[in-house]
Design a protein around this ligand. Sequence first.
Ligand SMILES: [Ca+2]
Ligand SMILES: [Ca+2]
Length: 221
Amino acid sequence: MDTDDDGSISKDEWTEAVGGSLTKLLDERQKDRDADNDFAIDFQTKAREVFEMIDADDSWTLDKEELMAGINQKRVSRFLISCGNEHLQYLCVPARLGPMLWELDTSKDGIISLDEWDSAIAIALDKKLEQRAAARNRDKKVAADQRLAEAFDMNADSLEAVRDRKLAELEGRIDEDGNIISQEEMDRRAEEAEIARLRAIPRNAWGMPLSNRSSLLCAIM
Ligand SMILES: [Ca+2]
Ligand SMILES: [Ca+2]
């Protein structure tokens, strides 16, 4: 920030630093949007090609026979399986083709029109864009963690250790010596305590808990 190295941050330096990171953020968002747009165009183009590959008689509708033959083409099945809309994905499972056709055929005339196909593809595309955004956020989080680790002069492992400790503190998993108790150990201890609790319940000669009146009655009957 202190670009002229005079030991203080002037108004201009501040404006430049803040403005710079804002511009960078906006640039990044624009880049993400552009990449998503390119992806969407490519996805829709492929989807249309797949439709045409299945539509053997060029009627602009898909019937069951065309679908059954279509899924045997590698490009068709590869697209469908990874497309993100499960109604399209399950078309590739012969036993489920009928029910999926019924789901996709919203007009219930027994065939899939181009409109019905496009609606299914729109759902698939939304899912894909969601996955892309999630993956991007994951990447950004990893990058932010790395920056944080560098800022504190720690490597990612020690940052992870700090985070583990914080989590253990929050969950009350610290023993009297200040060591972290693992979740498995906590589970094991809880299980042991439960067994001890059950053993401590006074029982009659038939092994029924004395405190439980209904089981006591059962035992008598
Ligand atoms: Ca057709
Ligand atoms: Ca239809």
